[in-house]
Unconditional design. Structure first.
Length: 492
């Protein structure tokens, strides 16, 4: 047998998946812990985790997979890593972690990123970094440099969370272009680490690890890690990617114009762009996709909307008849007509929205008529409003040159709702394809590509389970009219 191991290092849990390389079937899966991993918040806006906790949970999930599958360690031919993006892990010359990781949702570094944007200039940052330095990894490191100077003096290398796990597996410290781009270190015009950004923050170039290709033998499991984890020494680590690029890989979203979307508590739309471009208002983030190369530009444009599935959950708790599940709630929403007879709901009630240039308008209900509108209208208007927020963000992507034709999504969360799927397809004109997908499985198959067991992503994901396709309908005027009315409400 030939197996591929995928590790997904999240902020909530760590997942391991063992995949049969030939059939693509999942042989075993587990995640740890069974409750959410703790996040330390010593001050308001801070968020830290111990990297050792990720490693211990990974070890336990992996051990459970090996036990339940009965697989032999020697049969694992490659390992892939997916990880929570934008975190900062710092180690000294002995590869000892110097402080807890500052993770993606920590906001302490915002002033440092803004200072870099103002000093280097918006034109430089957007044309070279494709983003504002914002609150990303480089800005987090700037906070450490100013506020913990004695600790900063001990730093040998900076890493993203996936780089840390790769270090623990192989004993080697490396990173990828994709990872450096998500940390705001990569200069896309010059195809190298940004000298201007490093000089602005006063970072020595020696802090940047060796850069390895995303799909490649990036290192091999060391004797120490093999003994700790029950793996075979010499097993190659052949892939790593941030969670959103990896989710796109998991759906085989690799070509310009393809979109990967998720609709959980927040909504994410991740599209592939085939040329260097950026949004002049920085309402979306642009990173090197997992298949980016100097010769073949592939950028991942990331749209994140905070107020999506959380609105649907709020509707279930407070508006839907008590005790009904999401499926019944979806059925009730379907009894109201398209456009909910003039009712529009703005879903942005979960904090400031980057797509709105960091404005926080809150959620709101518009056009309510006490004589005609019912719970069904409210439930429909909520799902339509969420779909409209996706479409609104995708218009920014289209203005950047992305020809949106296909939206691929996991058959989960909001995409379980036929109403939501139809609305999104009809207002965007894109065909929605639904699949059974998983980040750890995507990482495993990414490792298969990196190890040369698959010739490309099409072969790696040929076994991806397809649940169905939703094409735009012939008559979409009612959907378009409801969307224009929603945009007018947002404009107010």
């Amino acid at each position: 047998m030939q197996y591929l191991l995928g590790l997904d290092i999240g902020s909530s849990s760590v997942k391991a998946s063992l995949v049969d390389a030939q059939s693509g079937a999942i042989v075993a899966q587990d995640f740890m812990p069974k409750v959410e991993q703790p996040i330390k918040a010593l001050k308001a806006g801070w968020a830290e985790q111990e990297p050792q906790m990720w490693y211990e949970n990974m070890s336990q999930a992996l051990a459970n997979c090996m036990k339940s599958s009965g697989a032999e360690a020697a049969d694992i031919k490659a390992i892939g890593i997916s990880y929570q993006m934008h975190g900062l892990v710092l180690v000294d010359k002995n590869q000892e972690v110097l402080r807890p990781a500052i993770i993606w949702c920590d906001s302490r570094a915002v002033p440092y990123g803004q200072n870099a944007f103002d000093t280097l200039g918006g034109d430089f940052c957007l044309s070279h970094l494709l983003n504002s330095p914002g609150n990303f990894t480089a800005a987090k490191l700037a906070w450490v440099k100013e506020n913990e100077p004695e600790l900063f003096a001990q730093v040998d290398k900076l890493m993203l969370p996936g780089d840390y796990i790769a270090m623990r597996l192989t004993g080697e410290i490396t990173t990828t272009t994709s990872g450096l781009s998500e940390g705001m270190f990569w200069d896309f015009q010059n195809n190298c680490v940004s000298k201007e950004l490093m000089e602005h923050f006063g970072f020595p170039m020696s802090l940047i690890p060796e850069i390895v290709p995303t799909f490649s033998v990036q290192g091999k499991v060391s004797a120490k890690a093999a003994a700790e984890l029950g793996l075979a020494e010499g097993t190659p680590v052949c892939y790593r990617g941030g969670d959103q690029p990896n989710n796109a890989l998991s759906l085989n979203v690799m070509k310009p114009g393809e979109i990967a979307a998720t609709g959980g508590t927040s909504g994410v739309v991740y599209g592939v762009l085939g040329k260097i471009n950026y949004d002049p208002l920085s309402r979306v983030n642009t990173f090197a996709h997992v298949n980016y190369s100097k010769e073949d530009t592939r950028l991942g444009v990331l749209l994140c909307i905070n107020g999506t599935g959380i609105l649907n959950a709020w509707m279930k708790r407070t508006v839907a008849p008590e005790g009904i599940g999401y499926a019944d709630m979806n059925d009730l929403a379907e009894t109201a007509p398209v456009g909910a007879e003039g009712l529009s709901i703005i879903p942005f009630g979960n904090g400031a929205e980057r797509v709105l240039q960091n404005e926080n308008p809150g959620a709101s209900v518009h056009g309510i008529n006490f004589n005609i509108h019912t719970k069904a209208h409210m439930l429909r208007a909520a799902q339509e409003g969420i779909a409209f927020s996706f479409a609104y963000g995708m218009e920014i992507m289209q203005n950047m040159g992305m020809d949106v034709k296909t939206i691929k999504a996991g058959h989960a969360n909001l995409f379980l709702s036929p109403l939501f799927r139809r609305t999104l397809a009809n207002v965007t004109g894109a065909t929605i394809e639904l699949y059974e997908t998983d980040g750890a499985v995507g990482a495993a198959k990414g490792a298969g590509i990196g190890a040369g067991l698959y010739k490309d992503s099409d072969e790696a994901f040929a076994s991806l389970k397809h649940f169905g396709t939703v094409a735009p309908e012939a008559e979409v005027a009612e959907y378009k009219a409801a969307y224009e009315r929603w945009k007018a409400c947002l404009g107010k």
